[in-house]
Design a protein around this ligand. Structure first.
Ligand code: FAD
Length: 411
């Protein structure tokens, strides 16, 4: 944590400090959900965001929301549009050895996936927080710094985009919800935080195609050339993934090459051809995970990608961010309004149990996706055995469905 020190230029605080019970850093799904829960409990807070409102409402990323997360948003009055507009998915399909195998997870669990693009969810959450619940949100802030989070009197400062002046906010708690590249995790006291990291050693070319989905469900292509994924996002938009070397240059993937690889890797007997379209987004993700433990340091609480990253292998990141935000928002509201400390005390452990469970599932699924393309015939053999077991063993299928949907009763 930095301490505010007098500085001759615009870094010194230049207007009288304000005071809030909670300062939330970051207006992604985690920060906005925490903010909304606090506003519903009439707890004053401010959300600081480096980007503009337009930019956060357009950033394409996640799409799959697990049913328990939808219910959590619903209970907090945050899911009206989602429930009205999201598509419900009940089945996914694995394609390997030239055939398609449909996996009916709703039949096995009674639960569904909701497909609702992250920009729509963020748009709903900002509108509810700022326009309906009257929350204070400051966009375009620069150089956010945390101060004295180990003490009972933490504060956060930032440079105001309009004036360039440093503004100081005193608070009781800081919610660090600023994602994978934010400042709150980077500012943890050295030696106090343990960061566990896993690199998969593979890349995914993440693509957003202006094309209707080519199937009614998510497709996982397990192929010797590498993994390919097909994720419906809306009637007009489909996300695709192609396994590629880590650090690969997206420019090496022109339109023709992308569609040719997708056709090969997602091929299955009797499947209709892929519907091609313009590629609106094309970027390489180096697949890795990390977890920061604990997620609380004094008066600073981390939530979402700021605390843990899950490679998009199992579509879990936003779901975990929402889970953290429900627990943190409820715990902060209970403390500020009723003095109850148990939620804050148990926060880190309650989040991390689900986080580690989801990380383990991502690792397991990564081997299923990538084993056949590893060049190692032994790994290819065990990968295909894992896949076949999902379609021959009801017990294996039930276990997979539970993890895929996050429906375990306890973690
Ligand atoms: P973010 O959404 O990253 O929000 C953090 C916010 O903080 C941002 O608005 C950022 O601008 C802001 N910020 C950053 N630095 C600062 C600072 N210094 N000060 C103030 N503000 C700051 N997850 C799923 O569950 N399902 C999926 O299907 C899925 N698909 C994905 C596909 C892709 C291609 C990617 C990249 C991710 C996917 N994820 C998915 C993961 C999901 O998008 C993230 O886990 C989710 O966005 C995390 O939410 P968050 O609020 O923690 O962080």
């Amino acid at each position: 944590m930095t301490h505010i020190s007098p500085h001759p230029n615009s870094s010194s605080p230049s207007s009288s400090p304000q005071r809030f019970p909670v300062v939330v850093v970051g207006a992604g799904p985690a920060g906005l959900t925490v903010g909304n829960i606090l506003r519903a409990a009439s707890v004053d807070c401010v959300v600081l965001e480096t980007e503009t409102r337009t930019s956060i409402q357009q950033r394409p990323r996640a799409g799959v929301v697990e049913e328990w997360a939808v219910r959590g948003l619903e209970e907090r009055g945050l899911a009206d549009n989602l429930v009205q507009r999201a598509e419900r998915h009940t089945v996914c399909e694995f394609r390997f050895e030239g055939r398609g195998y449909r996996f009916p997870y709703t039949e096995l669990t009674g639960r569904r996936h909701f497909v609702y693009p992250q920009p729509l969810l963020v748009t709903d959450l900002v509108r509810e927080y700022a326009d309906v619940r009257g929350g204070d949100i400051r966009f375009g802030v620069r150089d956010v710094r945390l101060h004295d989070t180990d003490s009972d009197r933490p504060s956060v400062s930032y440079l105001c985009p309009e004036t360039g002046e440093r503004r100081l906010l005193h608070c009781d708690f800081v919610a660090g919800c600023d994602g994978a590249r934010g400042v709150t995790r980077a500012g943890l006291p050295p030696g106090r935080a343990r960061q566990a990291r896993h690199d998969y050693g593979i890349g995914w070319l993440a693509l957003l195609a202006e094309a209707p989905p080519s199937s009614d469900c998510v497709l996982f292509g397990v192929h010797d050339n590498g993994f390919a994924g097909h994720m419906p996002r809306s009637p007009e938009m489909t996300r695709y993934y192609l396994q590629c070397p880590p650090g690969d240059d997206p420019e090496k993937w022109p339109h023709e090459r992308v569609w040719s690889e997708l056709r090969q890797r997602l091929a299955a007997a009797d499947a209709p051809p892929l519907i091609e379209g313009r590629l609106l987004e094309k970027r390489v993700l180096d697949m890795h995970d990390y977890v920061v433990e604990p997620m609380r340091f004094g008066r600073l609480f981390l939530a979402g990608d700021a605390a843990h990253l899950t490679a998009p292998i199992a579509a879990k990141g936003m779901n975990l961010a929402l889970h953290d935000a429900f627990l943190l928002g409820d715990a902060l509201a209970a403390y500020v309004t009723k003095g109850e400390e148990s939620g804050l005390d148990g926060y880190s452990e309650a989040c991390l149990r689900r986080v580690w469970d989801y990380q383990e599932f991502s690792q397991w699924l990564s081997e299923v996706y990538h084993g056949t393309a590893s060049g190692d015939p032994f790994r290819a053999g065990t990968t295909l055995a894992r896949l076949r077991r999902l379609f021959t063993s009801p017990v294996a299928a039930a276990a997979f469905a539970e993890q895929y949907l996050g429906t375990a009763e306890r973690f």
